[in-house]
Ligand binder design. Structure first.
Ligand SMILES: *Cc1c(COP(=O)(O)O)cnc(C)c1O
Length: 383
């Protein structure tokens, strides 16, 4: 007998098999959920494995982290009780007078937290226009410690060149964080493009079923700064609970399949409505007319995803469409198997810079004709 040739498994296979999980005792092919909050020591009073107390993490949490580090091609991953919990923990490493450069338009909660740190903690924040190719480099100063990008970014789906952003950050010794919530590892590998950290709201595509809130950080290097983030998670107590970590693993097993279908559906919807008489504009990085299309095609190799925005010809029409759909569910969030529609300005509040004609669509995995027909009937009713 010859020795078997070791196959190099693609990420889609590693995800589908939860890193080829087979329980060594029972043979179960589905990971078990370890719900224990504490772990008994052995006869020498030593921890049996690395587990002591659940606020540090545990076997199910670690299993989710191993899968995520593997898919993002990072040295380590941490899972948190929500995306914002991960954001807050990472930003907690900053010191007074440190300078953050971030996008003017991106997830509003992240901007709000940064502005709070500016007000309460003396951290300096500069917001750059992500739609302007040169604005990021201009905003960076020798004091910059952290550059935060989100690509494609909510809710205009502007595309930021990850490789160029990493170079600009590294030129002054700053770290780059890429919020890849909308471009998970099945399509973008931001660490390979030079980002130091990738952040995902796993509430969205990674979970994929609108049944958990979860956040993920993956690191290019497990260095001293990463160790500080790990320690802060334990101190802040915002680790993902094991049951939710298990649901996250379950979601990730179909990530590649779901994302492919959502991308196909979204492209068909974008093409259908691009020159529609009742639509002013369609924003989708998969359309050649989108200003970020070329960069997106380079750094989103597994599809452009299910997120797009359509702009109606009046604010009232946008508001009405969000009320009249029968398949698209009028709810916030994104990345689930079910399609959602959202009047973004109403959700972000009066200070939002989002146009009031904008409808954000999170396209799911349903039959695409049903989705197109639904938007058509809702638009018809706007008169
Ligand atoms: C949802 C979201 C967040 C925040 O994550 P939560 O899981 O809701 O805390 C951050 N960034 C982006 C792009 C998001 O869509």
């Amino acid at each position: 007998m010859t020795t078997p040739r070791q196959l190099r498994l693609s990420p889609a296979t590693r995800a589908a098999q939860a890193l080829r999980y087979i329980d060594p005792i029972t043979g179960a092919v589905t990971p078990a959920i370890d719900l224990s909050s504490t772990y008994a020591r052995d006869e020498n009073y030593a921890p049996r494995q690395s587990y002591i107390y659940a606020r540090d993490g545990g076997p199910t949490v670690e299993h989710a982290e191993e899968i995520l580090a593997s898919l993002d091609e990072g040295e380590g991953a941490l899972v948190f009780s929500s995306g914002m919990a991960a954001v807050v923990t990472l930003l907690e490493t900053l010191e007074t007078d440190d300078h953050i450069v971030a996008q003017k338009v991106m997830y509003h909660g992240v901007i709000s937290w940064m502005l709070r740190l500016q007000e309460k903690r003396g951290i300096k924040v500069s917001l750059f226009d992500q739609a302007d190719e040169n604005a990021l480099e201009k905003a960076i100063t020798p004091e910059t410690k952290l550059v935060w990008i989100e690509t494609p970014s909510n809710p205009t789906w502007d595309v930021v060149d990850i490789e160029a952003a990493a170079k600009a950050a590294h030129d002054v010794g700053a770290r780059l964080v890429a919020d890849c919530t909308v471009a998970p590892p099945c399509t973008s590998l931001a660490l390979a493009l030079g980002a130091d950290y990738v952040f995902h709201s796993a509430t969205k595509y990674l979970g994929g079923h609108s049944d958990i809130t979860a956040g993920v950080l993956t690191c290019a290097r497990a260095d001293a700064h990463w160790a500080e983030i790990c320690q802060l998670r334990t101190l802040l107590g915002n680790v993902l609970r094991p049951f939710d970590a298990w649901l996250l693993i379950r979601g990730i097993r179909t990530l590649y399949l779901r994302f492919e279908r959502a991308s196909e559906n979204a492209l068909k919807i974008a093409q259908h409505f691009e020159n529609h008489p009742k639509i002013a504009q369609v924003l989708y990085p998969g359309l050649p007319s989108h200003p970020g299309h070329e960069i997106a095609a380079r750094q989103m190799t597994g599809g452009f995803g299910g997120m797009l925005s359509i702009l109606t010809k009046s604010a009232k029409a946008a508001h009405d469409v969000a009320r009249f759909t029968q398949v698209f569910i009028p709810a916030t969030s994104l990345g689930g198997v079910e399609s959602l529609i959202e009047h973004r300005k109403a959700v972000e509040g009066p200070n939002s810079v989002v146009p009031d004609t904008l409808l954000r669509l999170s396209v799911g995995v349903e039959n695409v004709d049903d989705l197109i027909n639904d938007l058509e009937q809702a638009l018809e009713r706007t008169g």
